[in-house]
Design a protein around this ligand. Structure first.
Ligand SMILES: NC(=O)c1ccc[n+]([C@@H]2O[C@H](COP(=O)([O-])OP(=O)(O)OC[C@H]3O[C@@H](n4cnc5c(N)ncnc54)[C@H](OP(=O)(O)O)[C@@H]3O)[C@@H](O)[C@H]2O)c1
Length: 192
């Protein structure tokens, strides 16, 4: 298969890219470090164009910060655009959402900045989930959307959090399993 991954240079995306390459799949990756910052709409268009002939697209990169709320919705924008392009085609889109909003509630962030950041993250990931659910109600049933919702994973993004975390290879194992199933896997929520 030919598999496209956003955010393939670190963390979850890197584990997915390496895991799928080891299995003999052709992987193409898009991250800031190879010229595909998703914050630039021109790059989103380029990513979609270059992924047109892929079998699987892994919508992993998330760009969010305290100062620009809109950036966090780009992952959703990318999903909508690709879904439209692949309408009616038997391909798979894997969306990396999060179950962290629930986990974060129990972390009790103590600064206003952290609280605001978590609120934004939750807003973005809930919007992503809502979009996944709405796209599934459309009359055409393909492309399939597999929504993975990990809890805390050991990556740069969570290095400041001192709680139990799962290994990125575990996310690869679940993603790989979900893609291989003959019947559609919808949502997978898992936690460390
Ligand atoms: N870590 C967790 O506990 C956890 C839990 C649940 C869900 N998630 C989700 O998993 C996904 C990946 O998170 P992660 O923890 O693996 O993060 P990470 O280790 O920080 O890696 C982020 C990846 O995305 C790329 N990236 C960041 N900003 C980008 C941008 N503007 N344009 C293009 N690429 C960009 C980075 O590469 P460059 O620096 O080269 O751009 C890197 O390859 C996110 O959607 C996150 O919400 C993570």
């Amino acid at each position: 298969m030919k598999i496209a991954i956003t955010g393939h240079t670190k963390g979850i995306g890197l584990a997915l890219a390496e895991g799928f390459k080891k299995q003999g799949h052709k992987v193409i990756g898009f991250s800031r470090s190879n010229g595909y910052d998703i914050v630039n709409p021109k790059n989103v268009d380029k990513i979609i164009k270059k992924s047109a002939d892929c079998d699987v697209f892994i919508n992993n990169a998330y760009s969010g910060n305290f100062t620009s709320v809109m950036e966090g919705f780009i992952q959703t924008d990318l999903l909508l655009k690709l879904h439209q392009l692949w309408r009616g085609q038997s391909k798979k889109i894997v969306v990396i959402g999060s179950s962290l909003s629930e986990v974060y509630r129990s972390l009790h962030p103590d600064t206003e900045e952290a609280k605001y950041g978590l609120l934004m993250y939750e807003t973005h990931k809930i919007s992503l989930e809502h979009t996944v659910n709405e796209l599934r109600t459309l009359s055409w049933k393909s492309p399939e959307i597999i929504h993975l919702k990990p809890g805390l994973v050991d990556t740069d993004m969570t290095k400041h959090l001192h709680f139990e975390k799962m290994n990125t290879n575990y996310v690869f194992d679940l993603c790989n399993w979900a893609i291989q199933q003959p019947h559609q896997v919808l949502d997978l929520t898992f936690a460390a």
